[in-house]
Write a protein that binds this ligand. Structure first.
Ligand SMILES: C[S@@+](CC[C@H](N)C(=O)[O-])C[C@H]1O[C@@H](n2cnc3c(N)ncnc32)[C@H](O)[C@@H]1O
Length: 224
């Protein structure tokens, strides 16, 4: 019997990852270098997510983007590559150490000239942005307890039909485990419950890697 979803075996996952456009070896090298950092490398987004972010940025015609949580730069490069002519990506992170790897790969990927990296708590960087609706695209992948605050800073600055993408919304499946009450799980669960009720936006969860939530800002005159 066919279900409406296909559970991924390790082999099927490898197949899925292999069937995407790969532009050059830079991102593969970044994966290898990040793996050298040890178990922390699991923070890096999955390759199919990177390809998805590039496509999303491109089809949404994004030119002004912001990323919360840069680490060694895989998602930044993926987004920057999808931006339209003259596009700019503001990257927010608190780690000089991890983002020094990112800076190196921004140059190697040929996107350094379109990325501004700000080392500071992301909430401060976001609050300092101009208040107009100037952003087209946002990717949020930092401390989970900050997700809602990042959303509330970014949404008013997003143009109508702009996109906010959250990573890790499945949180390893813990979101449906009522016994799991740690602060990060609770923060993601509460956000997942809130977003479908927020009439300012339209959202859909995508089962890719640890789960992405895609959030589109409605136009002011759009009926919900
Ligand atoms: C999951 S990693 C991001 C992975 C990245 N998107 C990638 O593709 O490799 C989370 C990052 O968020 C950063 N971070 C954690 N708390 C932060 C905060 N309050 N403000 C800004 N960045 C923060 C960490 O330093 C870390 O680099």
């Amino acid at each position: 019997m066919h279900t409406k979803y296909t559970a991924l075996s390790p082999e099927l996952y490898e197949y899925l990852v292999a069937h995407r456009t790969e532009r050059d070896p830079v991102l593969a090298e970044l994966i290898r270098e990040t793996e050298g950092l040890g178990p922390i490398s699991m923070m890096q987004i999955a390759p199919e997510q990177g390809a998805f972010l590039t496509t999303l940025a491109r089809i949404s015609g994004a030119r002004r983007a912001v990323e919360v949580g840069t680490f060694t730069g895989y998602s930044s490069i993926s987004i920057a590559r999808g931006l339209g002519p003259g596009g700019r990506l503001l990257c927010c992170d608190v780690s000089e150490e991890w983002t020094s790897v990112a800076r190196k790969y921004f140059a190697r990927a040929g996107v350094a000239d379109r990325i501004d990296l700000k080392i500071a708590p992301a909430i401060e960087t976001l609050r300092a942005l101009p208040s107009g609706e100037s952003l087209d695209f946002a990717f949020i992948d930092a401390d989970k307890s900050g997700y809602r605050s990042y959303y509330e800073e970014i949404l008013p600055r997003l143009r109508a039909n702009g996109l906010i993408v959250f990573d890790n919304v499945l949180w390893g499946g813990s979101v449906i485990d009522p016994g799991n009450t740690n602060s990060e799980t609770k923060a993601i669960r509460e956000l997942n419950d809130f977003l479908p009720t927020d009439r300012r936006v339209e959202c859909v969860m995508i089962a890719i890697a640890d789960g992405l939530m895609l959030v589109r800002k409605r136009a002011a005159d759009e009926s919900a």
